[in-house]
Design a protein around this ligand. Sequence first.
Ligand SMILES: NC(=O)c1ccc[n+]([C@@H]2O[C@H](COP(=O)([O-])OP(=O)(O)OC[C@H]3O[C@@H](n4cnc5c(N)ncnc54)[C@H](O)[C@@H]3O)[C@@H](O)[C@H]2O)c1
Ligand SMILES: [Zn+2]
Length: 252
Amino acid sequence: MSDNETSILCAAEIIGNSRYLCVSTGAGVSAESGVPTFRGAGGKWNTIDPEDVATYEAFSRDPEFVWSFYNDRRVNGASCRPNPAHIAIAQLEKRFGDNFTLITQNVDNLHREAGSERILEIHGNIWRVRCTCCNIEYEERTNPLPARPYCKTCGEGAWIRPAVVWFGETLDFDLLYRANKALESCDALLIVGTSGYVYPAAEFIVIAKRSGARVIEINVEETPNAGFVDAKVLGKAGEMLPRILSRITGEG
Ligand SMILES: NC(=O)c1ccc[n+]([C@@H]2O[C@H](COP(=O)([O-])OP(=O)(O)OC[C@H]3O[C@@H](n4cnc5c(N)ncnc54)[C@H](O)[C@@H]3O)[C@@H](O)[C@H]2O)c1
Ligand SMILES: [Zn+2]
């Protein structure tokens, strides 16, 4: 049996014997759906400086440029569908019911499309916008948006912005509180497709470990989490997660 096959069995054993499962996902879980990651091979930040598009300063300086970046992501995102990793995570939620929380850094909505419901989108959602004048937040599916998108209530001159968390901005306190509670309650944490460099997600593993949880990680490459992980599955999320799930359910 290969090392990875052993890790898959170990991951299935940990999840299968746990009472409360927390799943933390990053851009890697959507890579096989055609949504580019920020870091790693083919990552967006290799060609674009985040300071130019994903900060409030950049938006204040040149909102049209920032919106052209987000319009591209929305146009590309509209043709992306959930992959087998999103679907396996939604199936795990069905198994665990209320003893399940999905914490995602992704803004692409693919987990919801796959059927996930107990989900904390800590970095927001690219299909939602917020008015910079009245602060109202709403779903906006017009795609692409006009080059100068304005608030549907305030009108001309009142810029909306993507309802996502930019570099240097604070996360929603209530979401973070609920994420922490879930991490303290879980006895298994499954981390999928996240580089382990972005806070606070990088810290989730520490909170879960401190509370006695066992940790599984699925990634195509090594991450800074290595020393904390109980089962490390090396490979694509869309291939590895269905294999783990079928071990848990005893199918295949
Ligand atoms: N899909 C999205 O919504 C999306 C896309 C890009 C970036 N982001 C934002 O990027 C920020 C943080 O980045 P991050 O840490 O989530 O991701 P990241 O882009 O920093 O890293 C992605 C990770 O996924 C791994 N990976 C790539 N393909 C994979 C696959 N097929 N299976 C498993 N792992 C794979 C990479 O090795 C890397 O560790 C977040 O703020 C998030 O909001 C979101
Ligand atoms: Zn408004």
